[in-house]
Write a protein that binds this ligand. Structure first.
Ligand code: AMP
Ligand code: MG
Length: 320
């Protein structure tokens, strides 16, 4: 079983020896390994049971480190990194040869991010290599936001989990690629569209597709909890269809008065979208228990973090 601890030096030793380590970030916990070592990267795919066509995000400890791995970057990428790194924003850029093809699933581009977590930044800045780190969950399951979540699912497959507390953002990074110099959002996430547009002007958001995924976060069914079926909307729409004894509700800020209170989760009683994002994955996990078959989840306002939350709920709901 993995040791859960806060010993950064221990994590460094494991990583230098070619092992995988669970690491905290402000978005979700990562399953990290040496991004420059093919064998280590292959093991990340194996441990997660992630298909080889789904590229990984490379994590770096300084903005400057980016230039070791990419030949050059669009001006707006530079602007975004300068403003939002460290932070929940991933940039997809042309890669140079140092980044192994296994990391990028053979793509000529690499996804890079500087995470905003003091322990992981210290870790990254003590290592001579960047860390490839997808979310530390089995492929297709809800992302982990505590060290305990990582231990529950991958604890028997990795030696160490660096415990950095609950993830501050609790939802994955926003992923931005470029068409020429123009930023395009590939995945909604912890940096809102509004904040991005304030800096670089109007951006296109690519809608996800399950038939032609460009990565795991792009696949519709990615965020579903176990074998539960997720429905979007309100209990009233489903009461004639679903057995209430096997149903739970996820609500934004107020409980539904017509449903048992103890089987409803409120994402943020003060209607704070940021708090709602932070609570989303923990809530989905909490309801992944025997006896519950259906989750009816209310969509949130389509603004700020609400867009990323709704994106995850829609993906969860589209699972067969
Ligand atoms: P995860 O770390 O599990 O949240 O997933 C990493 C995400 O990064 C996936 O959703 C991929 O779609 C995306 N990604 C990584 N590299 C690339 C790339 N070169 N081009 C497009 N998307 C990428
Ligand atoms: Mg993931």
């Amino acid at each position: 079983m993995a040791i859960i601890g806060s010993d950064i030096k221990e994590a460094i030793r494991f990583l230098m020896d070619g092992n995988l380590v669970g690491i905290p970030t402000e978005t979700v916990y990562g399953l990290a390994g040496n991004a420059l070592d093919d064998e280590v990267v292959l093991r990340i795919f194996e441990v997660k049971k992630r298909p080889a066509f789904d590229p990984l995000i490379v994590h770096i400890g300084t903005r400057k480190a980016l230039f070791e791995f990419v030949p050059g970057i669009p001006q707006k990428a530079e602007k975004l990194a300068a403003r939002f790194w460290p932070g929940p924003l991933t940039l997809i850029l042309q890669k140079n040869r140092i980044i192994p093809d296994v990391v990028t699933s053979g793509l000529p581009t690499v996804a890079v991010r500087m995470p905003d977590h003091p322990m992981t930044l210290e870790l990254l800045n003590s290592l001579s290599f960047p860390l490839a780190a997808p979310s530390a969950n089995p492929f297709g399951y809800v992302s982990p936001t505590t060290a305990q979540h990582v231990a529950e699912q991958l604890g028997d497959r990795i030696p160490y989990i660096l415990d950095g507390g609950d993830c501050d953002i609790g939802i994955e990074s926003t992923i931005i690629g470029f068409e020429g110099d123009e930023p395009v959002i590939h995945r909604l996430g912890g940096k809102s569209v509004e904040e991005i547009e304030d800096l670089v002007g109007k951006v296109k958001v690519i809608r996800s597709s399950s038939s032609r995924p460009s990565g795991p976060g792009m696949m519709e069914s990615h965020y579903a909890p176990g074998n539960k079926k997720v429905f979007l909307g309100h209990w009233e729409q489903y009461r004639s269809l679903l057995d209430p004894a096997r149903t739970v509700l996820i609500r934004y800020h107020t409980p539904d008065p017509d449903f048992p209170r103890d089987r409803q989760a409120i994402l943020s009683d003060k209607a704070d979208l940021r708090e709602a994002a932070k609570n989303l994955f923990t809530t989905l996990r909490r309801f992944d228990v025997p006896g519950i078959s259906y989750i009816v989840a209310e969509l949130l306002p389509e603004e700020g973090f609400g867009r990323a939350i709704n994106d995850r709920l829609r993906r969860a709901a589209s699972k067969d």
